[in-house]
Design a protein around this ligand. Structure first.
Ligand code: AMP
Length: 282
């Protein structure tokens, strides 16, 4: 089947395409993804097009951000379907390199942001954010786009990417896109495809606990007590593991003992064999 969108597979082709648009006076938005696209990803493209004239999306399932016991092999892949979805929201080009192009023999450079990756998800996914920072640094420097868009669903990732892009003078504006949720409130995620119908129903406890914890804190309950109640809700729903439920500063990601401006409630846990994350503003 022919793709409804042009697909390039090397950094040189990506850069040439972006430069050609920029030479014609157009601003280019870049949206990195791992494919298996849903409406959350498409919202990033739409936001990109609010800040630029042309949007380019990348699809690359990055092995360096998966731990040895994580779901790299079963991660959903659907390049043909993704191309149709991206075309439908006005994306102009797909960058889909293969692993050997991104990490050829002899590859030896890593980007490690210090501090932020040690917290929250980093505690249970050692090395994950080094893999993310490395691939995003490569993608952003290959693209040379004017803006890049990342989802607030991965709030910690967004904070790390902002830090990395500033520290390394990447020169691409970083924008965050609000979380897109299913009608019942579950944040859209490519990993939701792993959930059985029963797990899908019980997964709702995560966003519901975030909302209830928020309401409790704003209602005056001490933060520790509100978090403990939220943890009980999530565990009662049958999450086999709760990695964290915490109130943190939205930039430093440090735990907060009391409500503050810019605070964010963050949660992550495992239902069945699927790890889900979510967060909301306080
Ligand atoms: P992924 O393909 O899961 O690596 O995600 C690619 C980008 O889409 C990341 O910037 C994610 O934060 C973003 N994203 C994923 N799910 C959502 C969602 N439900 N709402 C908004 N952005 C999302």
């Amino acid at each position: 089947m022919t793709s409804p969108l042009p697909i390039v597979r090397t950094p040189a082709e990506l850069r040439a395409a972006v430069r050609a648009w920029q030479s014609a006076g157009k601003r280019v938005a870049f949206v990195p993804t791992m494919g298996a696209l849903h409406a959350g990803h498409l919202a990033l493209v739409t936001l990109g097009l609010a800040h630029a004239d042309v949007a380019v999306a990348s699809i690359f399932v990055n092995p360096k951000q998966f731990g040895p016991n994580e779901d790299l092999d079963r991660y959903p892949r659907d390049e043909a379907g993704d191309a149709i979805k991206l075309a439908s929201v006005g994306c102009s080009l797909i960058y889909a390199p293969d692993v050997a192009t991104m990490y050829p023999p002899g590859f030896a450079s890593f980007v490690r942001v210090s501090g932020l990756p040690d917290l929250l998800c980093g505690r249970v996914r050692p090395g994950h954010f080094d893999g993310v920072a490395t691939v995003v640094a490569k993608l952003l420097s290959a693209a040379g786009a004017d803006v890049a868009v990342f989802g607030e669903k991965d709030w910690q990732q967004l904070a790390i990417i902002r830090r990395m892009a500033a520290d390394l003078d990447i020169g691409t504006e970083i924008h965050g896109c609000a979380i897109v949720r299913d009608v019942d409130g579950l944040a859209l995620s490519s990993r939701n495809a792993y959930l059985s119908a029963d797990e899908r129903a019980r997964a709702l406890a995560l966003p519901q606990a975030l909302q209830a914890t928020r309401a409790a804190i704003l209602g005056g309950m001490p933060v520790a007590a509100a978090l403990a109640a939220g943890e009980r809700t999530i565990k009662a729903a049958g999450f086999v593991r709760l990695d964290y439920l915490d109130l943190v500063d939205g930039e430093t990601l440090h735990s907060l003992g009391r409500p503050a401006a810019g605070a964010r409630l963050m949660g992550a846990g495992v239902i069945g064999t699927t790890r889900l994350i979510d967060n909301i503003a306080l």
